[in-house]
Ligand binder design. Structure first.
Ligand SMILES: Cc1ncc(COP(=O)(O)O)c(C=O)c1O
Length: 372
């Protein structure tokens, strides 16, 4: 058997007729650029509002820009401190540095792997202006605690939803609990385009208006009416048209991911492996299925020999990356993050993964652990 980490080809085959037609339409219309009147982009923004329940969706070029644009729209800039988790993709902290702020890293929870809000509270200073909880692997962060902390210290809350399309807390979709949500539609995400793509959601009129202006070179609704200097961060027509084909399938795909995760969990009972705990009253959307394992190199090699692709998300805690060495962070300040980084191993996870494939993966995994 050959089992990839993510199988985008199978998904494409299932939707080939519609996707090919959508791309051909954009080409025939030459509706390439996602300017303020591109009908494919406008349709996606309207449909994503319906899906999430948000008042505004502002499409943009990728999920790193969406973080940066939201920070700028909230007036965060030079010298401001922003709380970010020590485990995420670098985009989360990079966005803060890119707008002139300082990422203040916070350890993760030992069980759910999202930002530890009790630890975050200890890092608040008079310069702390915002907090970016990441719903890691599709598991919502502890948003009740985030919002309580934010209220106490008047922090702007940007939910990094790059890995958590459709995840929810008490039935409310992520991205709508804080002041704004940032999404990536990178191809391998739960809702993915065929290139880079991103977006923001918010119920806040002012944040929506400013974010849209920033993404469109500072223009308000009228072309050439540049109210401010912004940047070029547009979702292009082809990506929007592809997302419009895919969005109606997202719920079914998410349910399949959850079913696959449940089967993994059932088959891994008694294996001794640590799995990410599911937080009560949340909907985890299983962007990734990550185990913690000792000696993961040997396990990964044995799985690779059996045709199973695995990867590491993420092998180093952000504060310990070379990019942040000037801050002088020490591993002992982020014990849960360092432990996860040293032991994480992502198993194949995608909606089209079959029960037979999962049984095969777990069989090989148990053999690698000497449990066969
Ligand atoms: C948690 C997180 N934030 C932000 C991003 C950035 O998204 P993009 O690659 O679309 O810029 C990613 C993408 O991997 C991510 O996983």
């Amino acid at each position: 058997m050959n089992i990839p980490l993510v199988d985008l080809k199978t998904q494409y085959q299932a939707l080939k007729t519609e996707i090919d037609a959508a791309i051909a339409t954009v080409i025939s219309e030459t509706a390439f650029i996602g300017n303020m009147s591109n009908k494919h982009v406008l349709k996606f923004e309207a449909e994503y509002c319906k899906y999430t329940g948000a008042k505004h969706t502002i499409a943009c070029a990728n999920g790193t820009d969406s973080l940066e644009i939201l920070l700028m729209a909230a007036g965060i800039g030079t010298g401001d401190e922003v709380l970010v988790p020590a485990i995420s993709w670098i985009a989360t902290s990079e966005a803060v540095s890119n707008i002139g702020g300082k990422p203040v890293f916070v350890d993760i929870e030992a069980d759910h792997y999202c930002m530890d809000i009790a630890a975050a509270a200890k890092k608040i200073t008079p310069r702390t202006k915002a907090i970016i909880p990441v719903h890691l692997y599709g598991q919502p962060a502890d948003m009740d605690a985030v919002m309580a902390l934010a209220k106490k210290h008047n922090l702007f809350v940007i939910e990094d939803c790059a890995q958590s399309h459709g995840a929810a807390v008490n039935g409310k979709m992520v991205g709508r609990i804080g002041h704004a949500g940032s999404f990536s539609f990178f191809p391998g995400k739960n809702l993915g385009a065929y290139g880079d793509a991103g977006g923001m959601i918010t119920d806040d009129e002012k944040i929506a208006e400013t974010s849209r202006m920033i993404a469109q070179h500072g223009q308000s609704k009228a072309k050439h009416d540049h109210k401010i200097e912004g940047r070029n961060s547009r979702l292009d027509g082809i990506q929007a048209a592809i997302l419009n084909v895919k969005l109606p399938h997202l719920e079914a795909w998410t349910e399949n991911r959850r079913k696959n995760a449940a089967l993994y969990r059932e088959l891994l009972q008694g294996s001794g492996l640590q799995l990410q705990a599911e937080r009560a009253n949340t909907r985890h959307v299983y962007h990734l299925f990550v185990i913690q394992v000792d000696d993961r190199e040997t396990v990964a090699k044995q799985l690779a020999d059996a045709g199973i692709t695995t990867t590491l998300q993420y092998p180093r805690a952000l504060p310990l990356l070379t990019a942040y060495q000037h801050y002088g962070h020490k591993p002992e300040d982020f014990p849960n993050s360092v432990k996860l980084a040293a032991r994480c191993l992502s198993l194949p996870m995608y909606p089209e993964l079959t029960a037979e494939q999962i049984r095969y993966i777990v069989g090989k995994l148990r053999a690698a652990l000497g449990q066969a």
